[in-house]
Design a protein around this ligand. Structure first.
Ligand code: ATP
Ligand code: MG
Length: 402
């Protein structure tokens, strides 16, 4: 059976002047991703408020290829819902027989159904209400044990009459939503091995931000396993965000200087400020307009309002903290949904755990923190940032179709 995926746009697609550039971004992103299944096997076509993913003329995809294409449609931001459908011409008889054969399995297993027809192409001679009634009658004729239930049916049969083709399908499945990647600029995610920062990155990616990521390590106190965990998390993000650059920055020297010269209650905050500065330097060099962290208000001592002011004021680029108002349970819920949770809870520690003061300052004053910093004799994050090691995390690294 020849299938086609109707991909409905999210909110931003409705927004006037930007619409065509959003559409172009989305279409290019889909084409790029579908290229991983095999060049020219699937095509992307623009309709009215919808993008079609369909097999190239004359090409018959395997089931695995259809599933891979469907997976791509479901993980591409800018697509609000996907309806897997089969297509035929503008001919009611063909539409009726296609409905019975394509949706036969679903309808046989159901008790109730309804038809929801939409006629976007007014050249088709029947009105939506007539299609609903006629197609409903044909379905009842083919599956006599079914009943119509317009309020809460087991199956909703969708019939979309669009330019030149009619599409029939059953479920409109909610997809990733959001805006196409790159439609809202580029930002640098501070990616630790924890639960929160991958979720923060995903949330901003969903809003159309193209991510780069930076990971801070303190060899030999932190090991290769912690780093591999962060690389694995970056791979998970790339599934949604496309390829990204992952910078690894060693903070060992800075951490040692802080430990040597400053008072313990400020350790975490001071280190955080150096992280922010190094991240900002890499961000500016790499064309990123903002930083993203996984901070959530009040979660730990370094995430009180006062502490956030202290860390935020180390840099002048905007700092996005999309988890700020979320409960841990909500963050975990998203982590599970995007597939990062299992990796995040692996036990390998990132640098801060080895550096946690017994009594951290929860209401730090910026002046006091700056006084502590003055003990470091003008130490900057520049050389640490400039020595960053870059790993390119490719979108296609995780894909296998066979
Ligand atoms: P996460 O679960 O994301 O690790 P967390 O609750 O453990 O967050 P903190 O350790 O206080 O919180 O870190 C707050 C934020 O600072 C993180 O969400 C992340 O954005 C950034 N961060 C902390 N440690 C690192 C690190 N080693 N490398 C990169 N970013 C880091
Ligand atoms: Mg952490």
């Amino acid at each position: 059976m020849r299938e086609i995926f109707l991909c409905k746009y999210g909110e931003m697609m409705l927004k006037g002047a930007n619409r065509s550039s959003f559409e172009a971004l989305l279409s290019n992103e889909l084409k790029y991703r579908l290229g991983g299944i095999g060049h020219g096997k699937f095509t992307v076509r623009k309709g009215q408020s919808v993008m079609y993913i369909e097999p190239a003329p004359g090409y018959e995809p395997t089931d695995a290829e259809y599933s891979a294409a469907y997976g791509i449609a479901m993980t591409t931001f800018g697509i609000a819902a996907v309806c897997r459908s089969a297509a035929t011409g503008h001919d009611f008889e063909k539409i009726a027989s296609l409905t019975v054969s394509y949706l036969g399995e679903r309808l046989r297993a159901a008790r109730t159904f309804k038809v929801e027809a939409r006629r976007a192409d007014k050249r088709f001679p029947m009105h939506s209400a007539d299609i609903n009634a006629e197609l409903g009658a044909r379905i009842l004729g083919a599956f006599p044990s079914l009943r119509v239930d317009v309020h809460d049916p087991d199956v909703t049969v969708r019939c979309d009459i669009r330019e030149n083709f009619a599409y029939v399908g059953a479920d409109k499945v909610r997809a990733a939503g959001g805006m196409p990647v790159g439609s809202n600029g580029r930002a640098m995610l501070l990616l630790s091995g924890g639960i929160d920062s991958p979720v923060a990155g995903w949330m901003m990616a969903k809003r159309g931000v193209k991510l780069d990521a930076v990971y801070f390590e303190t060899p030999p106190y932190t090991g290769i396993q912690a780093k591999e965990k962060v690389i694995a998390l970056a791979r998970i993000l790339s599934r949604w965000n496309g390829s990204l650059r992952l910078y690894s920055v060693s903070l060992t020297e800075i951490e040692e200087q802080i430990a040597k010269h400053c008072s313990e209650e400020y350790f975490t905050l001071l280190l955080r400020r150096y992280m922010m500065r190094a991240a900002e330097r890499l961000a500016v060099a790499g064309g990123c307009g903002a930083l993203i962290t996984g901070e959530s208000l009040g979660q730990v001592a370094s995430q009180t309002m006062e502490a956030l002011k202290v860390t935020g004021s180390a840099v002048s680029v905007p700092v996005f903290r999309p988890c700020i108002g979320l409960d841990k349970e909500e963050i975990i819920g998203t982590a599970r949904k995007i597939g990062s949770y299992e990796t995040s809870v692996l036990p390998y520690e990132d640098c801060c755990v080895l550096f946690t003061p017994r009594h951290p300052k929860t209401r730090p004053k910026l002046a006091d923190v700056e006084a502590e910093e003055a003990k470091l004799g003008g130490l900057t994050a520049d050389s640490a940032a400039d020595a960053a090691e870059v790993t390119r995390i490719g979108y296609f690294d995780h894909i296998s179709v066979n």
